[in-house]
Each structure stands twice: as C-alpha cells, then as structure tokens.
Design a binder for this molecule. Structure first.
Ligand code: ADP
Ligand code: MG
Length: 337
C-alpha cells in the first residue's frame, strides 16, 4: 500500500500529455505553463468535415482496444469528487466517437446521472421493474436525445430502496442481458458507482473488468481512493486508471494544492486524465447539457474528451515535473541580491 504522506516536493509541478491527442493547453495558449516550450499550433481542420465532430480535433478515430463490451466502473470512495460528471462526459464523448455506450446509474439512493444528461423526464422504467417482470429491458433503456448510440439505464427510482437480495449477481445478469440484445453487444458499459465502500459499492463493481478512479488533489479524497484501489484489486479488477479532477494550476504553483505528479506518486495508478476546475461544469450540470457538447469547447470539456480517447485505446498520460527557469541575474545579483 502506498504512503499517503504528501511527498516532499515543493513543486512547480504541472502536467502535460505525451500522447497523440494534443493537450487542452494547446487550445488555450494563455494557460500554457510559461516554463514549457511554446505549444505547437492547433491542428488544421480537415478539408471535408467528418460526421463525428470529435474526430475533427485529432484527424483520426481512436482504435478500440480490448474485448467488447468493456465494462468500466467509475468509482472514488469519497462522494462529490466528480464520478457522475465523469460518467456523463466520458460516456457522451465515447458516443460522439462512434462507440455504442450504455451508462448504468448504480447510485441507488441519490441517482442523478439522468439529471446531468437532461434525461430525467424520459426515465419511465428502471432495472428493478425489469427484474420484477413489469417491463422489458429495452423499455428501461433511455436513448439520449442527441446521440442515439448512448443509452441510460437507472437501477431504481429516486429515493427508493432496493429489493432485498439485489446485489452483484443482478448486475452480472444485466450485463449479460445487454450483450444478448438484438442491437448487438455495446462497446462500453459504464457503471456510475455510489459513494462509500458498502454494499452499493460492492454491487456496482461486481460485473466490471476495469475501473476509473476519480480523485481530487486533496488528502481525504486520496485516502479513500487508496482504500478503494485495494478493494478493487481484491475483487480481481487490476486495470485501474485514475482521473484527477478539479485541478487548479494557480494553486499548484502557489503550493496550495497537491500537484498531479504528487497524486500519481501517492496512488501509483496510470493517469487517464487531468480535469481542471471549471465553472462551466456546474453550469452544464444545471442545464442537463454535458460539457463535452459545448461549442466552443471548454478546457474541462476537452480534458474529458481526451480521457475518453485514452480509455478507448487503453492508453495513459504522464504527469511531469516542470522546473522554473532560473531567474535572470541582474546587476544587483552581483552583490547577492
Ligand atoms: P460524485 O458523482 O462523485 O458525487 P458529481 O459528479 O456529482 O460527484 O460532482 C459533484 C459536484 O462537483 C457537482 O456540483 C459538479 O458540478 C462539481 N464538479 C465536478 N467536477 C468539476 C470540475 N472539474 N470543476 C468544477 N466543478 C466540478
Ligand atoms: Mg454521483
């Protein structure tokens, strides 16, 4: 188990991606860390616009790695760190890239993925009714208004209690039923996990073979993330990647926030994405219009989109330490100033 003591880096630690999709700073040169080399110019749009808009940014479609369906649980331990935001934005990014996605809201008591997606009025049936035999599975699947290859499935009605005996086996049955549909096997099944590490968490992780751990750069969130990593590994989920959310470069520079490199050193997990703090996230939550659909794109939206790319290709990014340029020595420095 890794230590949760903050490492002794007094860092100007920043982060950038070493991978093919350019990092969000390329689109916002003013925010690019001054100590790095200037960013390369943005990609030129292709001559003929492809149907899928996300491809426009990188001029290619990501290659799906691994067997389908990829069953990915989005988890954190601590609540309020951005699991549901991640599920909605990564899920819709995957759909925009042309992959078929089913997002399961496994946060039973406090379900809110439907709200973030603006689909709350369309949820008529849930998994509980499917299991009771009151409706068919396809009646409980809610197709997104914008991307028909994205479907939402809620476990139960808000504020309702789960039937006794509902557990991991029910979710395994559900995943099998999703594989057997006429439409074919979905490429991704994303499971939005409830907070905590009790029965709801165990149920949500049971059918998954990969996990995305969302954390914020603060010590309480990291401690929970570390505990959850241990539990996921006990359950046989070895493919765990993390998303560091609500990062503020100004605070990292001022040494008021842990850097992404510090977080990675503490948790020892592959980094799927770094999402900056962005007031647009809250605005988009309230509008039921996920950030990745915003035009023009926002910094956090682009970061979510890139995380989706890496998820597809089973890729990861690197956090790096950026050294400050040595200060220019003026006349007074001669005298030790
Ligand atoms: P969880 O599902 O882990 O409980 P949510 O996704 O519901 O967390 O997010 C909790 C709150 O944090 C929401 O109000 C959301 O708008 C806000 N939030 C999440 N990510 C960001 C971000 N990158 N910048 C600003 N606010 C964020
Ligand atoms: Mg949530």
């Amino acid at each position: 188990m890794v230590s949760l003591q903050p490492p002794l880096t007094n860092s100007n630690t920043l982060f950038y991606s070493t991978l093919t999709p350019p990092n969000p700073f390329h689109y916002f040169p003013n925010l690019y860390p001054k100590t790095l080399n200037p960013p390369p110019p943005p990609l030129k749009p292709p001559h003929s616009l492809p149907k899928i808009q996300s491809i426009l940014q990188y001029n290619r479609k990501p290659q799906l790695a691994g067997d389908t369906p990829r069953v990915v649980v989005i988890t954190s331990g601590k609540g309020g760190v951005g699991k549901t935001t991640t599920t909605a934005n990564v899920g819709l990014s995957l759909a925009r890239l042309g992959f078929s996605v089913v997002a399961i809201d496994a946060d039973v008591g406090l379900r809110n993925l439907d709200l973030l997606l603006g689909l709350e009025n369309r949820v008529n049936y849930t998994v509980v009714e499917v299991l009771n035999g009151d409706c068919r599975l396809d009646q409980a699947l809610v197709r997104d208004k914008r991307w028909s290859n994205f479907e939402l499935l809620c476990i139960s009605k808000p504020r309702s209690k789960l039937p006794l005996g509902f557990g991991g086996k029910a979710l395994i049955w559900l995943v099998d039923a999703l594989k057997d549909r006429e439409e074919g096997v979905p490429d991704f099944i994303l499971i939005d996990c409830p907070a905590g590490i009790d029965a709801g968490f165990i149920t949500a992780i049971t059918p998954a073979n990969e996990a995305v751990l969302v954390t914020t750069p603060d010590i309480t969130s990291l401690r929970d993330a570390d505990r959850v990593t241990g539990l996921l590994e006990c359950d046989g989920i070895r493919d765990i990647k993390m998303i560091v959310n609500r990062v503020r470069t100004d605070m990292i520079k001022g040494e008021d926030m842990m850097s992404v490199l510090d977080v990675q050193e503490m948790l020892g997990l592959a980094l799927l994405g770094v999402i900056p703090e962005d007031s647009e996230v809250i605005r988009s939550t309230n509008r039921g219009y996920p950030l990745v659909l915003n035009k023009p794109p926002t910094l956090a939206g682009l970061a979510f989109e890139q995380a989706a790319w890496r998820l597809v290709e089973q890729d990861s990014m690197k956090a790096v330490m950026v050294e400050e340029e040595p200060k220019k020595r003026g006349w007074f420095s001669f005298f030790g100033g």
